[in-house]
Design a protein around this ligand. Structure first.
Ligand code: UT7
Length: 332
């Protein structure tokens, strides 16, 4: 039987920094409020002509180069995103594949909001374990600034742009394989986080399409409470199921939505500070890109070594959630 190994990581963050101070000139907020309630100090914003696929391709190039796998050998490309280059079609995954020079591989997008990277990893793993694919490029890429309402202080302070990517490969060695991935969803809470217009489900006219209904809207406080409860249960479940204690995890890499959510879940798991990977202060919430961007930061700081176990968790629009236990298994 084939297993799935997490071989490499790469990421890209756009140049432009948007600070809390700049946001407080745009909406009724303050650096103090944002820092205290979210832990975010700044976020990156893509250039006007910089597409989601440009960022995704840059992250993918780095992950591919670090993986030691030739791009000709990639047979599946998955992109987790809610801010694709084009709504409906073509998928951002097909455009990224073209930009990095991957031809003929199956390619598609996954819409699972902030859980997009974990959902994509679980699909990559399933394709590999079934023997259908061997080398999968998994990308989480977001240009959230394109769907953010910069007059809404409840959302615009949170979100940023960026991309991350990983190469997942078939292996016969169970020791280096992804241990487990939990995934879940509950459409009962679909209205907590949504872009109400722009799709076939809304009775919109052409004018409405141009307006705020195409931007993200969030019931922040309700989402916050469900996130803490759901993530705590989900992460406890994946650890117990696999007979792994939280102290056996080297790196807890949570979705970077809000420092208070990360702290609440980390405390419930009795995680030490040095186990928790934090990038929320400098990138804000980059939805599907946040976990691979955080793993990449850890890797580039020389903090991620072969064989070390990562615990990932994410929660987002849908509602969707997921967690994963993954050893870092580079070829070299
Ligand atoms: O990544 C996907 C999932 N998303 C999340 O997990 C995000 C979850 N939610 C959050 O991170 C938090 O709920 C927010 C950061 C969005 C909001 O923080 P909160 O502590 O839940 O605040 P709140 O919504 O309960 O609002 C408290 C007060 C309100 O004023 P009143 O009614 O008490 O007078 C808000 O109007 O804070 C006000 N407020 C703000 N004040 C200054 C809301 N946003 C802002 C702001 N600046 N940006």
């Amino acid at each position: 039987m084939a297993y799935a190994a997490f071989r490499s990581i790469g990421a890209y963050a756009p140049q432009k920094i948007l600070t809390n101070q700049e946001l407080s000139d745009m909406v009724d907020t303050s650096d103090e409020w944002i820092t205290k309630r979210t832990g975010i100090l700044e976020r990156r914003i893509a250039a006007k002509d910089e597409k989601n696929s440009d960022m995704g391709a840059k992250a993918a190039e780095i992950a591919l180069q670090r993986s030691g796998i030739a791009k000709e050998d990639i047979d599946l490309v998955i992109c987790g995103t809610i801010s694709p280059d084009y709504f409906c079609m073509p998928s951002t995954a097909t455009i990224i594949a073209k930009k990095v020079g991957i031809k003929g591989a199956m390619a598609f997008d996954i819409s699972a909001a902030c859980t997009g990277f974990i959902y994509s990893l679980s699909i990559a793993r399933a394709f590999i374990e079934s023997g259908m694919k061997k080398n999968v490029l998994v990308i989480g890429s977001e240009k959230l600034s394109s769907i953010t309402d910069y007059t809404d202080r409840g959302t615009c302070i949170l979100f940023g742009d960026g991309a991350g990517a990983a190469v997942i490969c078939a292996t016969q060695n169970k020791e280096e394989a992804i241990v487990d991935i939990n995934t879940g969803a509950d459409g009962e809470y679909a209205d907590l986080l949504m872009t109400p217009n722009g799709g076939s489900g809304s009775a919109h006219d052409a004018l409405e399409k141009e307006t705020a209904g195409c931007y993200m809207q969030m019931k922040g406080n309700e989402t916050f409470k469900i996130a803490v409860r759901t993530l705590t249960n989900d992460v406890k479940d994946i650890l117990e199921k696999n007979n792994i204690k939280s102290e056996d995890v080297q790196h807890f890499v949570p979705h970077q939505a809000n420092l208070r959510i990360i702290k609440a879940v980390g405390d419930a798991l009795k995680m030490r500070e040095d186990q928790v990977v934090l990038t929320v202060a400098k990138y804000g919430n980059t939805s599907g890109a946040s976990i691979p961007m955080a793993i990449n930061d850890l890797y580039e700081a020389d903090g991620l070594k072969k064989g070390e176990l990562m615990l990932l968790d994410a929660f987002g629009g849908g509602l969707t959630w997921g967690s994963a236990l993954i050893p870092f298994s580079p070829l070299k």
